[in-house]
Design a protein around this ligand. Sequence first.
Ligand code: NDP
Ligand code: KPL
Length: 326
Amino acid sequence: MNTIPDSKARVLILGAGAIGSFYGSLLDAAGADVSVVCRSEYDIVSNSGFSITSRKLGDRVFHPAQTLRSASDYRGGAPDYLVVSVKVVEGTDRAALIRPALGPDTVIVLIENGVEIEAEIAEAFPGHELISALAFVQVARTAPGKVAHYAYGDLTFGNYPSGVSERARRFAALLEAGGIRCTLTEKVSTARWHKCMWNGVFNPISVLGNALDTGHILGGAEGEALVRSAMQEVAAVAAAAGHPLPEQLAGQLVEGTRKAPPYKTSMALDYENRRPMETEVILGNAVRAGRREGVAIPVLESLYALMKMVERKLESEAGSPGAVSP
Ligand SMILES: NC(=O)C1=CN([C@@H]2O[C@H](COP(=O)(O)OP(=O)(O)OC[C@H]3O[C@@H](n4cnc5c(N)ncnc54)[C@H](OP(=O)(O)O)[C@@H]3O)[C@@H](O)[C@H]2O)C=CC1
Ligand SMILES: CC(C)(CO)C(=O)C(=O)O
């Protein structure tokens, strides 16, 4: 990439959990001025920063320029980039979190899973440049203020609804200077459907199998057949929604997953830890798009119905609706 990194950039991360602190630390390493909004980890992060372990990129301690309880506390002018990396779950109003820190030229960057998740933000902030990013990484919080980066790290992103701006290129160059690879795409919504073919299938199956890892999901012919059927339905919905995916993609994803070390999806980890799951944006939005486009999706409908049953059971065990601990 020949673009000059935006190394004087001011970046504010909303939701500095695993993803926010990991990519924030890379932007910091590349010289940007990186601040974070923390919720439960405010005290430990403001005292000691984030300790991040990574065999691939090296261990580091990331001390944010400002550690804040709310975006409205951000000082020194508006950020150039506002990175949103909260889980996209019911009850989290992303627009309300974003609004207080937004300056007229602030670019909003979503690093979150799910399909069709941008419209809500684009509609709330129509004059703002919006970058939509997909993370191909395995990173998790292991204790307050502690994050483990296990594997991968690449980001794919572009502007929503389409295109790649100069500021997106400069943001990519900054992240690359921090140590990861970025792929820029003119068609980020198609890239989201591509990732949904994996997440929309493996994530719910991993939960419905009681936190199965990918090795167990693909360990027998029945599991592989279920995965392939669900993937074909995601492909049919994506095509009907105007985002045709390569015909061989399902096979490539299955083989790629089989070759990689067994892995528990982020949704399986949320399920095990009794945290809210991103069912609606990872699977529900694909199901709703299928209904909207008139595509027959019996497998996805079944996975979705089962996920809702599991969510209701967890909610009733936790005592009240939505009370699965954040
Ligand atoms: N982890 C991974 O390997 C991958 C994650 N993703 C996606 O990235 C996104 C982020 O995931 P991840 O980083 O793992 O999630 P985490 O739970 O680790 O981090 C989410 C962060 O958002 C904070 N947050 C949530 N709601 C609020 C709020 N109302 N106000 C302030 N802070 C809030 C949480 O604070 P608190 O500490 O209080 O809960 C936490 O710090 C998700 O969409 C996920 O699917 C995509 C690919 C891989
Ligand atoms: C597969 C992965 C880790 C992306 O790299 C993911 O998105 C998830 O587990 O939800």
